[in-house]
Design a binder for this molecule. Structure first.
Ligand code: CA
Length: 242
């Protein structure tokens, strides 16, 4: 599996609260988008990816066995990350911090995906882009209820309100899915600094055009999001199988 990634502060924010972690040995990819103001967002997103990574290193998923067992490992890694952030947020300095997390873990020829919040996973297959994750956000719920169009959701004043995040409650409920992973597939993990600036069609066009060059694709996604305003930190990971 080939992996490329890029993270960018964007054109408005002063710091970058997004965090990336990739481990090609484990087949692990993660994007976290922290929140909480000051340095808290950066601390939360870093803590999330490092805790999940450490948990998966300590207890290799390859050996877990069937899909249910793998999911249990991922679940406990995410709960560990939640507990770390929740615990740290008890100090006044870090009060209210939290983070999104989207992760992909390749086990054999299956891609396991888990997420909390509005950082997303997409699959490009046969030149067509499909959003795999459903945002844990207020506007996503409104879109699902038919109260809002996907187009209006991107500009809605409440678009940043998450219904689930890591570290903001004593326990977290992540969403899980898996997909058969094969030659030609491209997986995109990203923060909302990408999807808030670009439509799925714009993202698809770049991925189709640059499907052979993942580094270049990452670079062009970030560039395009900045060209549309770059109002938030922009993070992308691309994985591809030849
Ligand atoms: Ca963000």
């Amino acid at each position: 599996m080939r992996i490329a990634w890029r993270t960018d502060t964007g054109r408005v924010r002063e710091g970058n609260e997004d965090c990336v972690l990739t481990d090609s040995t484990l087949g692990l990819l993660m994007v976290a988008d922290g929140m909480g103001g000051q340095k808290a967002g950066e601390v939360a997103s870093r803590l999330a990816v490092d805790t999940v990574h450490a948990a998966l290193l300590a207890s290799p998923v390859e050996a877990a066995g069937d899909e249910a067992a793998i999911r249990t490992r991922l679940e406990s890694a995410l709960q560990a990350a939640n507990a770390e952030i929740w615990q740290k947020a008890t100090s006044p300095e870090w009060k209210g911090m939290g983070t999104t997390l989207v992760l992909a873990l390749k086990v054999g020829d299956v891609m396991q995906i888990a997420h909390v919040g509005d950082s997303r996973a997409y699959l490009l297959r046969a030149r067509s882009l499909r959003q795999l994750t459903r945002d844990h956000s207020l506007v996503a719920e409104m879109v699902e209820a038919g109260e809002l169009s996907a187009r209006d959701a991107r500009r809605h004043r409440l678009r940043n309100i998450l219904t689930r995040s890591l570290g903001t409650e004593a326990a977290v409920e992540a969403s899980f899915q898996s997909l058969a992973w094969g030659a030609g597939d491209r997986l995109l993990l990203c923060s909302d600094g990408l999807t808030g600036m670009l439509t799925d069609r714009q993202i698809e066009a770049i991925l189709v055009k640059r499907s052979a060059d993942l580094e270049r694709a990452c670079e062009e996604l970030v560039k395009a999001a900045n060209a549309e305003g770059g109002k938030d930190n922009i993070t992308v990971i691309l994985a591809g199988e030849d």
